[in-house]
Design a protein around this ligand. Structure first.
Ligand code: URP
Ligand code: ZN
Ligand code: ZN
Length: 461
């Protein structure tokens, strides 16, 4: 054995038990109550919980967006992931008009390969839908890019996919088992409402709260309903990214009850914050799409995680510093939209999920590890603790008290949406394929250790 971890309590999506773990060449090779034999290194994990490494299936590292570039690049973003107990991230390869999707994947890989501290993958994002693009999906899936993401908004950014493209992508992916992720907001009415509030009087009166006023819940709900309709019509597998509303949770719950192959993700910002943040003096910092909603939405989303209607919790990490956010100069349409998050995903979900008894420890593993791995085609290599799986592990200290501050985080962000949060429980040691990459929130790994994960077709839950 290269590494032996003794005495910890292993948590899976199904249960928990005390056992030793043996690791060799980056894989888990043995799990037993008491593991005999020596190892290159032994870690005493008594008193620690052992989670599978968390998988954040929604990050935007060094994303050119809103006239700037998100401030955590592949290097620092994946260091930040390691510090928070995240051992795999999935970013996005966005097609450029006139270019192929494969070129987008290659370009993104050229930016990331050799510069990542933990493993990563990409969703391919079609933005130029035509027969050539359609024909690429199956081939990309055969090469390990098995999920696709489409934006129902962002027309002026050149990233929007209209209903015909979404319908056709669901139809095409249904032929080989791929999955289509969707940013679901109703673009026409959204743009109408944005224009309505985009005037000097309202912007002076409401400031960043115009972001809330222009995005009532039906903007998300209508788009989710429509996407579910196309999934039902085509038999395609649909995954709603960053779902923010109770209304969305209801639609997904009903669609699942009808037996449809639809899934949803939510994010800590929708679970832990409410839209009063936009009324703070620095409320514009919190702007992200979709925007943070109301307390009732948060409570419904927590319930949906417990019920399994929300399958995953990811972060939509898209870091912008206070300087970048200041570009808005009072105009809510010019705020760089996005929040930091990958580093605080697991500790926040532990304190406010398990600590507040909203979800169990097994439900936490299901939403942060096992379901992401299954849906995204990385299971059982990732997302669980089993012999033969990658040794991606988090030794988690349930007693450690941390007052969250951006000052102590690895992210390049100079503020945190969760500043001052009093956490009980924090990752102690993060292990990526058998290698220690973070200790007590500090990065101790190597850039270049992370590798691109070629994924297989995901499982249905
Ligand atoms: O505002 C956000 N979430 N920025 C990243 C792009 C997206 O819509 O996910
Ligand atoms: Zn989005
Ligand atoms: Zn996103």
């Amino acid at each position: 054995m290269d590494l032996k971890i003794t005495g910890g309590r292993i948590i899976t999506s199904e249960g928990s038990y005390k056992a030793d773990i043996g690791i060799k060449k980056g894989k888990i090779t043995a799990i037993a109550q008491t593991l005999p034999g020596d190892a290159g290194m032994t870690i005493d994990a008594h008193g620690k919980m052992i989670f599978p490494g968390a998988i954040d299936v929604h990050v935007h590292l060094q994303l050119p967006f809103c006239g700037t570039v998100s401030a955590d690049d592949f290097e620092n973003g994946t260091k930040s992931a390691a510090c928070g107990g995240v051992t795999t991230v999935i970013d996005f390869a966005i097609q450029k008009k006139g270019k192929t999707l494969r070129e987008a994947v290659e370009a993104r890989r050229a930016e990331a390969d050799g510069k990542v501290a933990v493993d990563y993958a990409v969703h391919a994002v079609p933005t130029d839908w035509n027969e050539r693009t359609r024909n690429e999906l199956k081939k990309l899936a055969a090469d390990g890019v098995t999920t696709f993401k489409m934006f129902m908004i962002y027309a002026k950014e050149g990233m929007i996919s209209d209903d015909d493209a979404l319908y056709a992508a669901l139809e095409e992916t249904a032929t080989f088992g791929g999955m289509v992720g969707v940013h679901a907001e109703s673009v026409r009415v959204l743009d109408l409402l944005i224009n309505r509030y985009h005037n000097p009087n309202d912007m002076k009166k409401y400031g960043a709260y115009c972001h809330v006023l222009s995005r009532p819940n039906y903007i998300e709900a209508e788009a989710i309903s429509r996407a579910v309709t196309w999934a039902e019509a085509t038999g395609g597998k649909l995954y709603i990214v960053h779902m923010s509303t109770a209304d969305g949770a209801e639609i997904i719950s009903k669609a699942k009850a009808r037996g449809l192959n639809v899934y949803a993700e939510t994010c800590p910002q929708y679970l832990l914050l409410d839209d009063s943040v936009f009324k703070k003096p620095n409320g514009h910092l919190y702007a992200t799409c979709p925007q943070i909603k109301k307390k009732d939405d948060s409570e419904r989303l927590w319930q949906a995680i417990a019920d399994g209607d929300v399958s995953t919790v990811a972060t939509d990490t898209c870091t912008f510093t206070t300087k970048q956010k200041a570009m808005w100069q009072g105009d809510f349409t010019k705020i760089p939209f996005g929040l930091p998050g990958v580093e605080t995903l697991l500790p926040l979900m532990y304190t406010y999920g398990i600590g507040k008894k909203r979800i169990t420890e097994n439900q936490l593993v299901r939403a942060l590890c096992t379901n992401p791995a299954k849906l995204m085609g990385m299971y059982p290599e990732k997302g669980t603790i089993a012999v033969g799986s990658d040794a991606d592990l988090v030794l988690f200290d349930p007693q450690r008290k941390v007052t969250l501050s951006y000052r102590n985080l690895q992210t390049n962000c100079d503020w945190s949406p969760f500043e001052g949060a009093k956490l009980t429980g924090y990752p102690d040691t993060t292990i990526s394929r058998g290698k220690l990459v973070a200790k007590k929130g500090k990065f101790i790994g190597d850039i270049g250790h992370g590798k691109f994960i070629k994924r297989h077709i995901g499982l249905n839950l």
